[in-house]
Design a protein around this ligand. Structure first.
Ligand SMILES: *Cc1c(COP(=O)(O)O)cnc(C)c1O
Length: 344
């Protein structure tokens, strides 16, 4: 048989979500209250033209709305088909095949995969004992791209400004700061994104409740934005997705803020109840909580039997096995707590 596959792709797995059905899915950190009403209305009002015609090539109206939201100029914004797309394009735009991409461990599971599909070599540096970035070891990799995530997925903890600034100052190439969960806590690093070597990414998939529309964005200097647009190409945001995202940014900021507030309250309460049951959940600034477990298989079986899906993580550096549990309306968290009873 002729080899048609690209070198290095043989051992990259196709992303798979857990096969088992669950009635309560707390596994993927989306907004569990559902879509914001203005997005639903925008979808129902979709004009035939936005289906039969190409959308604007580089979505100027969406970039204007995102820029206003982020407090930067439209020239500092690039949108993508989810922030995954922005991250993937940045790897293509700012590193050559064979270059190193440095990331903390544990961190966002897609990053080593995007690195490898772009021909880069992912080098994972364990977080420090305080779950902050290990600045010296990360800088010592001389990576062409350094990836940071704050609040970090899956730990939920934030990186310190001191660590982030030292990495930005000392890095050999682009620094990506993934802030997919910034609405739920921790500091915004958007101020660093104007420096010309930093890309901050954010998404409409989590706090904004639009995971299905696939809209994410990056914030950076005009040169960074231009590089990503080249790697990305035109027409990446569908017309209906652009309309939905603009509607939410214009009309549903208070809907988003209310659910963020409720998420934070439920997160505090959920962690407190877990602790009372004997678990030791990590502190979280995100819309999920990481719960180390020593009997992962038994605990997840109980959750599955109760129809509850969570994200199982194995042998995380410095943490061990753990469950990442998304935070939603309290009646869902109660069901999760009931299923966990007696398993700590
Ligand atoms: C969910 C998530 C994303 C990306 O989500 P999109 O839906 O592609 O915007 C990016 N980074 C982290 C850390 C995430 O958890």
């Amino acid at each position: 048989m002729t080899a048609v596959t690209r070198a290095g792709y043989g051992d990259i797995a196709i992303y798979s979500t857990p096969g088992r059905e669950c009635t309560i899915d707390l596994s993927d950190n989306i907004n569990l209250w559902g879509p914001p009403p203005s997005a639903l209305r925008a979808m129902q009002a979709v004009n035939g033209n936005s289906i039969s015609r190409y959308p604007p090539a580089y979505e100027p109206s969406l970039r204007d709305a995102l820029a206003r939201h982020a407090g930067v100029a439209p020239g500092n914004i690039v949108a993508g088909c989810g922030s995954d797309d922005v991250l993937d394009c940045a790897m293509r735009a700012f590193a050559e095949p064979g270059d190193i991409l440095c990331l903390p461990a544990p961190s966002f599971s897609m990053i080593p995969i995007f690195a490898r599909t772009n021909g880069l070599v992912p080098v994972a540096v364990p977080l420090s004992g305080q779950l902050d970035a290990d600045v010296d070891r990360m800088l010592a990799t001389r990576a062409r791209i350094t990836y940071l995530c704050s609040p970090n997925n899956p730990t939920g903890e934030t990186l310190s400004r001191d660590a982030v600034e030292r990495i930005v100052d000392g890095a050999a190439g682009l620094v990506i700061i993934d802030q997919a969960y910034v609405e739920f806590g921790g500091e915004s690093f958007t101020d660093l994104a104007v420096s010309g070597r930093v890309l901050v990414t954010r998404t409409m998939s989590k706090a904004f409740g639009l995971a299905g529309l696939r809209v994410g964005y990056g914030i950076g200097s005009p040169d960074i934005i231009a590089g990503i647009l080249k790697a990305r190409g035109p027409y990446r945001i569908s017309g209906p997705a652009e309309a939905g995202a603009i509607a939410v940014l214009a009309k549903d900021q208070s809907w988003v803020a209310e659910h963020v507030t409720e998420t934070i309250a439920n997160r505090v309460r959920f962690r407190r109840e877990l602790a009372q049951m004997g678990f030791e959940p990590l502190p979280s600034a995100a819309n999920f909580v990481l719960v180390p477990v020593t009997n992962r298989a038994a605990v997840s079986l109980k959750l599955y039997d109760a129809g509850i899906g969570v994200r199982e993580l194995r042998a995380l550096p410095g943490i061990g096995d753990a469950l990442r549990i998304g935070i939603g309306p309290w009646h869902l968290m109660e069901r999760c707590l009931a299923a966990l009873a007696g398993t700590a």
